[in-house]
Ligand binder design. Structure first.
Ligand SMILES: [Zn+2]
Length: 283
């Protein structure tokens, strides 16, 4: 069977693959001795099954672990397809996924968007992680140490990073997306810069974000710079006494100079009011 259209599988190290999906959500595939670890189960069950079919092109080993980089629907709503797997995520990721009200808000947005997956989204049985941790968990898998790390709040309250120190390789979820603007409309702008600083300290040379193409150390620095600038600019405008509308439009115009070419920059506008309020409430 042919690979899912629109996807590309890149071998980052022996037995470690990035499964990039153009304009959609990426997944990681790690092949171990007896099973496979996948990073993110994608948006709806049919997407998770497509991912599974693509895994079978690489190996016939079963899916042993599913890692949820965070709770967002486009990363975790395929979890139900892997009932035999251990699903690992941060405790806050679990808490967000069992928050019925928050998940309803997402579902309503998805249905309203009328995308090819909107109808299927109504059938999703949201399946939270069945193994959680607080700060760090190490797995010894496929002859390597794999560190799952929580570095603080950022894109959500439960973002984790999958670090493979022997390969200087990192999976960053949606926190860093290689010159893509992450969704910031339910995130933690006050904590995000500090979390980003810790990501750089890990010392990875190559990373795969939840969207976009493979990044390097320079793009990781750029991702951090974007967050530092947007948060710093909002703080300046709020200190100057600017109201939500004035601050949002002036920060947006300022960012446009350097970041207009970034993926999803156009979607940032919808989150500006939320970011303003979050920052103002903590000043
Ligand atoms: Zn996300």
């Amino acid at each position: 069977m042919a690979q899912t259209p629109g996807t590309e599988i890149v071998e980052l190290a022996s037995g470690i693959y990035a499964r990039l999906h153009e304009n959609l959500t990426n997944a990681g595939i790690l092949v171990g001795d007896h099973g496979v670890m996948i990073i993110d189960s994608l948006r709806v069950p049919s997407f998770a099954r497509d991912l599974y079919e693509d895994v079978k092109l690489i190996t016939d080993k079963p899916i042993q672990y599913v890692i949820d980089t965070h709770s967002h629907w486009d990363h975790s709503w395929g979890n139900e397809v892997f009932p035999e797997a251990t699903i690992i995520g941060h405790q806050n990721c679990y808490d967000e996924m069992i928050d019925v009200e928050a998940q309803e808000i997402w579902l309503n947005k998805i249905v309203k968007a009328n995308d090819p997956w909107s109808e299927e989204a109504k059938t999703v049985q949201i399946t939270p992680p069945n193994l959680t941790f607080d700060n760090k968990m190490s797995l010894y898998f496929g002859g390597r140490q794999i560190d799952l790390m929580y570095l603080g709040k950022a894109h959500t309250s439960g973002d984790i990073f999958i670090n493979i120190p022997s390969e200087y390789l990192l999976f960053t979820g949606d926190v860093a997306q290689n010159r893509g603007v992450p969704f910031m409309g339910d995130g933690y702008p006050n904590e995000w810069p500090e979390t980003d600083a810790k990501i750089l300290e890990i010392g990875a040379d190559v990373y795969m974000g939840g969207h976009g193409i493979i990044g390097d150390r320079d793009s990781l620095k750029s991702d951090k710079e974007f967050i530092d600038i947007i948060v710093g600019e909002f703080k300046n405008k709020i200190s100057d006494g600017q109201d939500l509308e004035t601050a949002s439009s002036s920060v947006y115009e300022y960012l446009r100079k350097d970041f207009a070419g970034w993926r999803s920059f156009d979607k940032l506008e919808d989150s500006m009011g939320y970011i303003y309020t979050e920052i103002k409430n903590k000043m």
